[in-house]
Design a protein around this ligand. Structure first.
Ligand SMILES: Nc1ncnc2c1ncn2[C@@H]1O[C@H](COP(=O)(O)OP(=O)(O)O)[C@@H](O)[C@H]1O
Ligand SMILES: [Mg+2]
Length: 299
């Protein structure tokens, strides 16, 4: 019985393996996004290493993915934290294969950085400011000299199309390292993304909501509530465009269950928005602040 199920799983796994994940919705390239896209595209074209800087959910990853797709580069990424080691980026020798074949190409299991250097892909170093200094140092020669000394195989020279992009959240949270000076000096283009304008964010929400069918009034209320979190000083972390997308998807799908759109928004908004928000105001809970804010906007 188990063996049957296991074989079934393996068949499904095989069918699930794809070459590259494609963007499945329209990318809104207006205002800051067109500018970021152009800057990213042009700096990669001239071999300058860019860094996308902005709070979570503003579209840093999407813009990087879009440029990779449009320039026909494969896409590789690593999310950094203190546990990511250089060998996670570079790759390592498989001990079992080393015993059989020795340390050569056939026993080497490449990591995403070496893979993108060899294929001429785009490597995205997500939240590079969280990488340890050890990891940051291992990136210097791939960036500066476009090669990596892979002992004992030799020098790996990057393909001409190899490109490297870093992303970073503006330093606010404790426990994040900063980028080392040597690495900062090798990055030549700082591309800042912030919360988009009202019009653009509303368009982003619609593009990311399958079968969107809400009246404009509901969409505007959702945006207003999300935007209000960014102007409520007792909330430490405001809602990202991602939260607006989640809230819209729920309200869009289940509106008919409720008496009206306000009731649907009142039901879903606290659950979506109180995700990781901390409050500065000591005698209020996150839920209290969120509910007050929703009432302010729906009144
Ligand atoms: N310009 C845009 N056009 C369409 N969707 C966008 C745009 N910017 C952000 N999004 C959507 O918002 C969400 C968060 O974007 P993401 O790139 O993951 O943000 P970040 O990497 O900055 O955290 C994703 O679902 C993404 O598709
Ligand atoms: Mg991202």
């Amino acid at each position: 019985m188990m063996a049957e199920r296991e074989r079934g799983f393996r068949k499904m796994l095989e069918k699930s393996i794809v070459e590259n994940i494609k963007i499945e919705h329209k990318v809104v390239l207006k205002g800051q996004y067109q500018k970021a896209y152009d800057l990213l595209h042009d700096s990669l074209d001239t071999g300058i290493t860019p860094c996308l800087v902005g709070p979570p959910g503003v579209g840093k990853s999407l813009i990087a993915r879009k440029v990779a797709e449009d320039t026909e580069r494969s896409f590789h990424e690593v999310f950094f934290d203190e546990n990511v080691t250089p060998s996670r980026l570079i790759g390592s020798f498989d001990p079992a294969l080393v015993v059989r074949n020795g340390r050569n190409i056939s026993s080497f299991e490449p990591g995403p950085l070496i893979r993108s250097m060899v294929e001429g892909g785009l490597f995205v170093a997500q939240e590079l400011n969280r990488a340890t200094e050890f990891c940051q140092n291992s990136l210097i020669s791939p960036l500066e000299e476009r090669h990596y000394h892979l002992f004992p195989l030799g020098m790996v020279k990057a393909h001409d199309n190899f490109a490297f992009v870093a992303t970073q959240n503006p330093i606010e949270t404790a426990g994040t390292y900063r980028l080392s000076k040597v690495l900062v000096d090798r990055m030549g283009c700082w591309i800042r993304l912030d919360y988009p304008t009202r019009e653009t964010e509303i368009e982003i929400i619609v593009e990311n909501t399958p079968a969107f069918s809400l009246p404009t009034s509901a969409l505007e209320k959702i945006y207003d509530i999300v935007d209000e979190t960014r102007h409520t000083s007792s909330l430490e972390v405001p809602a990202s465009p991602r939260s607006g997308i989640f809230l819209t998807r729920l309200v869009n799908r289940y509106l008919s269950r409720f008496d009206d759109e306000d009731a649907a928004i009142r039901f879903f908004a606290p659950a979506v928005l109180s995700k990781e928000m901390r409050v500065r105001d000591e005698d209020k809970t996150v839920s209290m602040v969120i509910e007050e804010l929703i009432e302010r906007r729906l009144a």
